[in-house]
Design a protein around this ligand. Structure first.
Ligand SMILES: Nc1ncnc2c1ncn2[C@@H]1O[C@H](COP(=O)(O)OP(=O)(O)OP(=O)(O)O)[C@@H](O)[C@H]1O
Length: 461
């Protein structure tokens, strides 16, 4: 059996079938193997976990697989996992990863919901309503329902912070069975103004757990025997045995990012307990990459230097020089993204088709732009940093930084849209004058002594 093969991975048959059949995945990537092992296939919930690994290394499935395996094991229509993503586009992307696996596995007790503001609060709330007609093999909880809170409904909820908070404030969600809280792009979630959602969620979870314990001690909950899920587990060799029996559900926080920082003041907000790290970073395996980031292995980096005011011409010249391919061009603002798009479209001698992708466009327009890009109808997406984090575009070959990135993290996430999952990719940064060159040199120092400053783009690459 080869390393990482699905057959020897400990994954349940539903997931193996879904991965192979729906996603065409034949083996697990290193960060996926490590995370699955650390979490004992979703059963080991004795510590919180930070999942740190370079862009495009497969972190989404790294957390999705143990979460789903645990949901299949339990076979209960209860909310077991909330995954929080900083933007709507990312939430939709992660929702579609979970959904494609769940749809392919045809396990009616497990379902996935999405709350990111695409629909009204009431429409989103409908996902949390019990759906007894689904004929799930598990059972709805015997515990007394909390006032205003629905039982049943989705097992995995993917949400943006603001929207999740709105549902929590209205008590639309029952949290007492929650096992996993995923904070994807954790460092960005903590940066944004709405990060107060996370302490709020943790407080709600605690309150809900206390209520459940009170109810149990008053004899209101009558589950003494094994659940159907536990019965199935006892005879199922695919589920790993836990080292210790877990008492009441413990909330495991899974923090995920290619650039998790070591700022303990910020991470304190997440209230991690006995935190461990699984790392896909070679040099710092087992430790947090606090001030050191890593780029994808097969990334070729170049720079082009020009006078500030000549940047538009330099970009056009670049597009004429390099072979037309699927590419993303980053700007530092939505205005610049629109201006650059208009410029390329107007320039007859440049035959790249392009679209603007930024926060000024509606979510539907952005989704459509992404779809057209993925279908190959658009060669170049001109994006503000709305696209720099997490968006998965497997076939991107080239990233152009029209505006120099503002930080090391920003550079890592931008260029990480290419050279994903072992593919080759190129990043070209346009530097407008000495100041840009100096600032860029400074921010790249954080990539460590082994990183060499990108060379000048050859005349004929
Ligand atoms: N085991 C696997 N085998 C082959 N491809 C995989 C595997 N797991 C994931 N992928 C693919 O790898 C790509 C990148 O995965 P993903 O988006 O999870 O990366 P990431 O590490 O979260 O990146 P980022 O840090 O940029 O968000 C996706 O297209 C995904 O389908």
């Amino acid at each position: 059996m080869s390393a990482g093969s699905l057959a020897g991975s400990g994954l349940c048959p539903e997931l193996v079938e879904a991965l192979e059949g729906r996603l065409g995945i034949k083996k697990l990537l290193p960060i996926q193997q490590k995370t699955f092992a650390a979490l004992g296939g979703g059963r080991n919930r004795h510590f919180d976990l930070r999942i740190c690994s370079p862009t495009g290394s497969g972190k989404t499935l790294a957390y999705a697989l143990p979460v789903l395996q645990e949901a299949y094991r339990c076979q209960r229509a209860q909310l077991q996992c909330i995954a929080i993503l900083p933007t709507r586009d990312l939430a939709m992307q992660v929702h579609s990863v979970f959904s494609s696996l769940v749809d392919a596995s045809r396990t009616p007790s497990v379902s996935v919901g999405l709350c990111c503001g695409l629909a009204s609060l009431e429409e989103e709330r409908a996902q949390f309503q019990p759906s007894r007609s689904r004929g799930h093999r598990g059972q709805l909880s015997c515990s007394a329902p909390e006032v205003g809170v629905e039982e049943g409904g989705v097992s995995i909820l993917v949400a943006t912070p603001g929207r999740l908070k709105s549902h929590l404030e209205r008590r639309h969600l029952r949290l007492s069975h929650l096992k996993f809280l995923v904070l994807d792009e954790m460092d960005r979630l903590l940066q944004q103004s709405y990060h107060d959602c996370i302490p709020f969620l943790l407080e709600e979870f605690e309150a809900s757990r206390r209520l459940k314990e009170r109810n149990e001690s008053r004899g209101m909950e009558g589950t003494s025997g094994r659940t159907p899920g536990e019965e199935a587990e006892a005879s199922n060799p695919f589920f790993l045995q836990p080292k210790y029996k877990c008492p009441a559900p413990r909330l495991v926080r899974l923090s995920v990012s290619a650039t998790i920082g070591g700022d303990s003041n910020k991470t304190a907000k997440i209230q991690e307990e006995f935190v461990r790290t699984v790392s896909g970073f070679d040099a710092s395996a087992g430790r947090l990459p606090t001030d050191k980031y890593e780029l994808p292995e097969n990334l070729a980096e170049f720079r082009v230097v020009c006078a500030k005011e000549r940047k538009p011409y330099t970009l056009l010249d670049l597009l004429k020089r390099v072979e037309k391919q699927r590419a993303v061009c980053f700007t530092n603002s939505t205005e610049a993204s629109h201006l650059v798009t208009a410029l390329i479209r107007k320039t007859k001698s440049v035959d790249w088709t392009c679209e603007a992708y930024n926060s000024r466009r509606t979510p539907v327009e952005r989704l459509e732009a992404l779809r057209r890009f993925k279908r190959g109808e658009v060669d170049l997406l001109v994006a503000s940093d709305a696209l720099s984090r997490g968006i998965d575009m497997p076939a991107v070959k080239l990233v152009i930084n029209y505006d120099a990135p503002s930080s090391t993290k920003n550079y890592v996430h931008r260029v990480g849209r290419t050279a994903r999952v072992g593919e080759k990719g190129t990043a070209i940064t346009i530097l407008g004058g000495k100041d840009d060159v100096g600032a860029f040199k400074k921010l790249l120092r954080k990539l460590g002594p082994s990183h060499t400053f990108p060379s000048l783009l050859p005349q004929k690459p």
